[in-house]
Design a protein around this ligand. Structure first.
Ligand code: DU
Ligand code: SF4
Length: 226
């Protein structure tokens, strides 16, 4: 699946954008070759926890080819993952830096960097099968999904429904600290945890602190039994 997704060209606008930002680079990355393709999930294929963002950042994951790697959002996230024992290192630099995730797999409802960080509803629809397949493959071990931000939450619920998890009606609303338990097949339960996004918009303003993020990750570990 990881290999296949990196070849996807289903969204014309995103194919153009992911390649365009790779030619008009940020000054700090002028010497680097950008990944400029869809970003696959990162972490063990038998993870008990999945962490879901929204989409790669143009000069972050779209540059390095690894989820949340190479931008301020990722710097904040990996620090918390390491502090809670879910990552082998607090610093994620590049796809070949040797960092490993423990019991957690990062993924996203949209795999290509979108302009303004905003995918269109049609692009979310296009990308849905990739995450549906990934969550189906993870299903035997998956117990908890941590969702970063309201946009990721909104994009994820239809994916979970497509992967045969029962979404309560009315649809549960996103909030930091919100927990929803979803029923699946054969008495399986999936715990959904909402957490403010790790974007600088939240972290520089103190809306999301390391303590808050680490608390959600610790809760995820407890619920997942890891
Ligand atoms: O400000 P920034 O670190 O470049 O992130 C831009 C934007 O993209 C922010 O809202 C987080 C989101 N994002 C994400 O959902 N997944 C990633 O791997 C990296 C960034
Ligand atoms: Fe393919 Fe998803 Fe990228 Fe669209 S966003 S081109 S569906 S990988």
């Amino acid at each position: 699946l990881d290999r296949e997704v990196t070849r996807c060209r289903r969204c014309p606008r995103l194919v153009t954008w992911r390649e365009e930002v790779a030619t008009v680079k940020r000054a700090a990355f002028r010497e680097q070759t950008y990944w400029a393709r869809p970003v696959p999930g990162f972490g063990p294929p038998d993870a008990a926890i999945s962490l879901v963002g929204l989409a790669p950042a143009a000069h972050g994951a779209n540059r390095t080819g690894r989820m949340f790697t190479g931008d301020p959002s990722g710097d904040f996230l990996y620090q918390a993952l390491h502090a809670t024992g879910l990552s082998s290192s607090p610093v994620s630099v590049s796809a070949d830096d040797g960092l490993e995730l423990h019991g957690l797999r990062m993924t996203a409802p949209v795999r290509c960097a979108p302009p303004e960080n905003k995918p269109t509803p049609a692009e979310c629809d296009n990308c849905r099968p990739w995450l549906t397949t990934e969550l189906t493959l993870l299903r035997p071990t998956l117990r908890v999904v941590v969702v970063l931000g309201a946009f990721g939450w909104q994009a994820l619920l239809p994916v979970l429904a497509a992967a045969d998890w029962r979404i309560p009606k009315p649809r549960p609303k996103f909030g930091h600290g919100v927990r929803v338990d979803l029923a699946g097949q054969e008495d399986q339960v999936l715990h959904l945890l909402g957490c403010y996004h790790v974007s600088p918009h939240n972290t520089y303003t103190g809306r999301l602190t390391q303590a808050m993020l680490q608390e959600v990750l610790t809760q995820a570990k407890t619920l997942a039994g890891v």
